[in-house]
Design a protein around this ligand. Structure first.
Ligand code: ADP
Length: 342
């Protein structure tokens, strides 16, 4: 069977079918002459100078394939955009009647692998710190004879265990939300949602001398979404607003219906966020001040959860913050009633 016999024009069914394949496919005769290139190969092996590297790799591997062996090579191209391509060539039949080279753009796969590796390294580090502290505290308590000191150490041990458990809970939440498998179809009553998000933080707010006002819901009363995830997102924003406030500070939770959609705004007059950190605070485990986050028991995952919930709902999250003055986080959700009278 040939892909394109010399007199067959337009190309054979097989050739046309290979044009639909995402990878570039090059087929060579026993002398190494190219008898077929699919559409992706014609695109990728065009005459740009950086592609000379790629053409060279294809030539080298085809020579190996015609000698009977299968081999592969990675080629890094720097222009027009940085890309990593994997070239693989293998003989057709034995002894070879020809060779096939397949070129795959693996840039996305490599990027995802790097993200995953970083994530595993970060998680391991985040879990190692509290488990190390637990082991050390347990060891110290064992040798402690003063009951009062032992009691204080037990309290610290409890706090470290609590932090560890919160990190694991947040990781589980984040992976569930990232998988985005739960349908976002609940009719969520905003007043009820905001009260449920605020109430668990009243005690901490009070103990810190922070005034946590009752949520104010105006204009919009219902959003369509996943109630559990929305609650988790708003609750994280309220928790941060309280945590990063100073004694005497005020935290407000309000809704507004704007052209952008339905906004849930959580504002505080706390420590604020330096401008240079604003673009990074939604990354997993990113904290502006590690020491402060550690004392407040932060996991560094709250805002990643908020961002994912916003994205899963077709919305986004926006932050306005001035260092030393305070912050306002806005969770903006699509307005399902746009166009209706209500
Ligand atoms: P954490 O568990 O450390 O609070 P988050 O992901 O919720 O983690 O937030 C990431 C970082 O963003 C925090 O460590 C903090 O430095 C900063 N941050 C978040 N919310 C606020 C806020 N309302 N005011 C000041 N800084 C904030």
């Amino acid at each position: 069977m040939t892909l394109r016999s010399p007199d067959a024009d337009p190309p054979s069914l097989l050739g046309a079918a290979l044009d639909g394949v995402a990878q570039a496919v090059v087929i060579c005769d026993p002398a190494g002459g190219v008898v077929f290139e699919n559409a992706a190969a014609r695109r990728i092996l065009s005459s740009r100078p950086s592609d000379a590297l790629l053409a060279q790799a294809v030539d080298d591997l085809v020579v190996c394939a015609l000698a009977g062996s299968t081999s592969e090579r990675r080629v890094e191209l720097l222009s027009p955009a940085r890309r990593t391509l994997e070239v693989r060539a293998f003989p057709v039949a034995s002894p070879p009647l020809g060779a096939v080279a397949v070129i795959d753009d693996i840039s996305d796969r490599i990027r995802l692998e790097a993200v995953r590796r970083d994530f595993v390294a970060n998680v391991s580090h985040e879990l190692k710190t509290p488990t190390g502290a637990l082991a050390l505290l347990a060891e110290t308590i064992e040798g402690e004879t003063d009951p009062e000191v032992a009691r204080r150490l037990v309290v610290r041990l409890g706090a470290e265990a609590e932090r560890l458990s919160r990190t694991i809970d947040d990781l589980l939440d984040l992976s569930r939300i990232e998988a985005n498998e739960s349908p976002a179809v609940d009719e969520v009553d905003l007043s009820e949602l905001l009260v449920a998000a605020v109430t668990p933080h009243r005690e901490v707010a009070q103990s810190m001398g922070v005034q946590l006002a009752a949520p104010v819901v105006t204009d919009a009363s219902v959003v369509v979404g996943n109630r559990r995830d929305l609650l988790s997102a708003v609750s994280n924003l309220v928790e941060n607003a309280v945590k990063y406030s100073e004694p005497g500070g005020e935290v407000a939770v309000e809704t507004a219906r704007t052209q952008r959609g339905i906004e849930i705004n959580v504002s505080d007059h706390g420590i604020g966020i330096p401008a240079r950190d604003l673009s990074r605070i939604f990354e997993r485990f990113y904290r502006v001040d590690r020491a402060r986050s550690r004392t407040t028991g932060g996991t560094g995952l709250g805002l990643s959860i908020v961002r994912h919930v916003a994205t899963n709902h077709g919305g986004r999250v926006k932050v306005r913050s001035v260092e030393g003055e305070g912050s306002t986080f806005s969770l903006i959700l699509p307005d399902s009633r746009v166009g209706s009278d209500t």
